[in-house]
Design a protein. Structure first.
Length: 545
């Protein structure tokens, strides 16, 4: 069925009822405390910034004017609210900042904490959903007992627990940790508490945060970092525990099943040590602890379907969803080289914020590869008419079609093997020096050995895929052409002429026909307005008696 977002006449916009997200109600008297106005003003003064851009997500626009006013009065500097973000709201909008020639950006709300290009200093303000006077009354007794029973077996075995959270729920997550630690010491006959990993926002210079860790000076050294978070083993004397681990993610009320669980889902796919059966979501508002295995498996089925669509795709769009995350240009070039090696047609697109109406302008495309931060790369919207995948998923699909699965390692993660459970959402992990780097020639070999042409059956269409790459030496050469549209190879399933024809369409508006009309002498044109030119004959007056 065609999406209504693309096919309607736009009249629904006039009659639309705007619903505001009221899940985060901040009293005016608490704005300065919740959003660290004094700490932000000190950061501005200490660094000598004069023009500061304030970037807000949609759910905080209701308090944006109040924050801006208080910050201007406290810092005595010029602060203003940036307009709509160029891409995802979790990324720092350096493009808008440079357009207004600001000195620094203060980013409010949810953030991906990706390493940015460093063109502007950034201060992150996550905000806190619960004040220090409220967190002691949070109903965590039931979840604490359930987590303890999950991590400590009757036979005396223990399982490591990871505590992650939406950054605005840091205070609530800390209360959960303290209550869990206290419960363990009371209920356990062991001399120690089972291993607990505490997560912190992973800030990379020149980024900083106005909020300090609730652990302050007692925070142990970092053990590892994943998905914009650093993980610290609270039992500092213990050795690195062995997987499988358990995980609890602290967040707010879930409005839509898939959208609400996406933050937890992004964390889970970045942690291969965590078993899905031992992953939990804690709703701070209700105090309800939910096992997320069923929801996560539903989302993984959707990603598995997209992998199959990627294997069939012959015309691919490289969709650039960020201009701020470091090394985004390198992964774009890597994807281009892989598609050239595989003989796939591709086109590079920069469309800003994604919506179905924009992407519907290119119906010839079979697939879109989204180059974005880890928070925005997992786009799970059924409104999109074209499948959207991550760079890692595309590499898995190309590797599978190229019949080089025999070269995979047994872990299935460091190599390009789709396991249906774990994969890398940060494209920087795929680049040289990254955690999951894999040479391009092992993903798509230069030439397939042997006489038989490999093939398999598409699970989507039921047709046989014949993987027959071109033997043209130019296919594997060094291509310095930076054109946005390129066609290489002669695959059995690719009709290069059709691809060129489909993307050769261009609309010039009113055709001026330059050089196609005869040269004539200049003459006087029309005068007046289109309803009645002065040189026109008054038909009404002539026809009257």
């Amino acid at each position: 069925m065609m999406s209504s977002v693309v096919t309607d006449d736009g009249s629904g916009v006039i009659a639309r009822t705007i619903t505001l997200d009221t899940s985060w109600k901040v009293p005016i008297n608490d704005v300065s405390t919740v959003f660290h106005i004094k700490e932000t003003a000190c950061w501005i003064k200490n660094n000598g910034f004069n023009q500061i851009g304030l970037q807000f997500p949609d759910e905080l626009l209701c308090v944006a004017a109040i924050i801006c006013k208080q910050l201007c009065e406290t810092s005595h500097k010029f602060c203003f609210i940036l307009g709509d973000s160029s891409f995802a709201g979790c990324c720092v909008d350096e493009v808008a900042g440079q357009r207004f020639q600001i000195d620094a950006v203060v980013h409010y709300g949810r953030a991906c904490l990706s390493k940015i290009t460093g063109r502007l200093p950034v201060l992150y303000i996550f905000g806190q959903r619960h004040m220090s006077t409220e967190i002691d009354s949070l109903p965590f007794a039931g979840p604490v007992q359930l987590l303890y029973n999950n991590c400590v077996s009757e036979s005396g075995g223990v399982q490591t627990l990871l505590i992650t959270y939406d950054f605005c729920f840091q205070n609530a997550a800390y209360v959960l940790y303290k209550q869990l630690e206290s419960y363990c010491r009371r209920a356990s006959t062991l001399d120690f508490v089972f291993p607990i990993f505490w997560s912190e926002p992973a800030l990379i210079s020149p980024a900083a945060s106005a909020s300090s860790s609730p652990l302050r000076g007692t925070l142990p050294p970092k053990q590892f970092a994943r998905c914009g978070r650093t993980f610290h083993l609270m039992n500092s004397d213990a050795s690195m525990p062995k997987p499988p681990w358990s995980l609890v993610h602290v967040g707010g009320r879930i409005t839509a099943e898939s959208a609400g669980f996406m933050p937890l889902y992004r964390v889970l796919v970045s942690l291969p040590e965590v078993a899905h059966s031992n992953s939990f979501y804690l709703n701070v508002e209700s105090g309800e602890l939910t096992n997320s295995e069923t929801t996560v498996r539903t989302l993984l089925k959707r990603r598995s379907y997209l992998i199959e669509k990627s294997k069939d795709a012959q015309r691919v769009g490289i969709l650039i969803g960020t201009l701020s995350v470091c090394d985004y240009q390198h992964v774009v070039e890597r994807i281009k080289r892989l598609l050239r090696r595989a003989g796939r047609f591709y086109i590079t697109l920069v469309v800003g914020r994604l919506n179905p109406a924009k992407l519907a302008n290119l119906p010839e495309l079979d697939l879109l590869v989204l180059i974005a931060c880890p928070e925005a790369s997992l786009l799970d919207s059924r409104e999109m008419l074209i499948p959207v995948v991550t760079p890692f998923e595309l590499e898995c699909a190309l590797s599978s079609v190229s019949a080089c699965a025999d070269s995979f390692d047994s872990d299935g993660i460091s190599q390009r093997l789709w396991t249906g459970e774990k994969f890398w959402v940060d494209f920087r992990d795929l680049l040289p020096g990254g955690t999951a780097y894999c040479p391009e020639e092992t993903i798509v070999p230069d030439r397939l050995t042997g006489l038989d042409t490999p093939g398999d059956v598409s699970l989507v269409t039921g047709r046989v895929r014949i993987c027959k790459p071109s033997t043209d030496d130019a296919l594997n050469g060094d291509h310095s052409d930076n054109g946005s549209v390129m066609v290489r190879g002669e695959w059995a399933m690719v009709d290069a002429d059709v691809s060129k024809a489909n993307f050769a369409r261009t609309w010039y508006g009113l055709d001026p026909q330059l050089g196609q009309t005869p040269v004539v002498q200049l003459r006087e044109g029309l005068h007046g307005v289109p309803t009645h030119y002065t040189t026109e004959t008054d038909v009404t007056s002539e026809s009257s008696p």
